[in-house]
Design a protein around this ligand. Sequence first.
Ligand code: GLN
Length: 493
Amino acid sequence: MTDLTKLTIAGARDAMRKGDVTSAEITAACLSSIADAGALGAFVHNTPEIATDQAAAADVRIKLGDAPDMCGIPLGIKDLFCTKDVPSQAASGILEGFKPQYESTVTSQLFDAGAVMLGKLNMDEFAMGSSNETSVYGNAVNPWRRGNEDTALTPGGSSGGSAAAVAADLCLAATGTDTGGSIRQPAAFVGITGLKPTYGRVSRWGIVAFASSLDQAGPMTKDVRDAAIMLRTMCGHDPKDSTSADIAVPDFEAALTGDIKGKTIGIPKEYRMDGMPAEIEKLWADGTAMLKDAGAIIKDITLPHTKYALPAYYVIAPAEASSNLARYDGVRFGHRAKLAQGDGITEMYEKTRAEGFGPEVQRRVMVGTYVLSAGFYDAYYNRARRVRALIKRDFDEVFADGVDAILTPATPSAAFGLGENMDPIQMYLNDVFTVTVNLAGLPGISVPAGLDAQGLPLGLQLIGRPWEEAELLNVAYALEGAAGFVAKPAKWW
Ligand code: GLN
């Protein structure tokens, strides 16, 4: 029975349609794997009753013969998504006990298509972090281990629970969100595929907001085909999100021919960082060679403003976060501090926010408030916005010059140990290859491409033209085929 959890979305879809297996069976297998995997800390809230009901309903639809692709597929849902009547806390103490009265657009589209919710997944608090260590629930743990050590490694963040759950076969796939790398970095750390779509492709409605001009939800899956299938169900125009694009949704799976002959792949010289581990450098060179062997034209390109991306991101993201998080005031949602005699409304706000937000979230709110304050707005926030425009222009120029996709490493290292990266600046450096994509609003995908000397997965990132996820997925599909990454973590949990 446990083998059913190893199915891909495509494999499960085809097997269910043939009548070889039911959603009820796959769902039951996932629920039992989840019950067995408490040590991974991936799920923070299980919904077995909902899952069982949804699976039964999906089996009826599949029998009737015209079920959508995602029908009957058991998923984990990142805790950042509002799920109706089910705890949705963004892994924060301030949303303690919060059960939304509505469903996010993404989850409602998935459930309308028949997908099954196994539960809510761990993450960094309000999606701020790269290691899942800022979660109020405690961190999720990477199912992979370094050599024979039993050091607990991070699954990355912020979608760390999603990454751990998919890599450990607790669910067939998961939702993630990516503001500066939170889908692609954890995917790389656990050897799965993670896609951040073009900004505006997927509705943000009902997803707890972090930095609204950067946030985008996407699929975290076992392979590229599954990312194509799941993305199609997640996207589409939503009038409830003013930045949701009214643009046709192609059949991304149909685009997966694996033929990339004559496509131009750009290799940006600015991503060759000082002190980059030799293994990452080699992985990148190997990936380049694989795409070349598959018939692509390799072109050296320059994205000159890359070095300003991290500082610009760490001004813009906290600025937007400080504004978005102002709504958590102890009045409307979740936690409210116990007040002392004589406390007024100001004390209520202060105590609630001091108790409810963890240290990283407080740091971001303070940085964000500072860069938006009257005296510093031009020096920091406006300057960061101008830098952002230049970063976007770098990409526009490269794409106008005929580049179809850009290849870079996904992360500057393999997964690190929990507690190893406690300095915030050190932690922010993890996002060096991913934040540019969010600042420019582009689609990016991380594909597992190899193992390091210690046996840990490493990912490569492909960046595509806006709205051309189909093309991007096809290049990723070719890379996946050539890299032939099939390794799985040895079960210790
Ligand atoms: N690690 C980045 C941050 O902490 C990105 C987080 C994300 O993409 N949600 O802001």
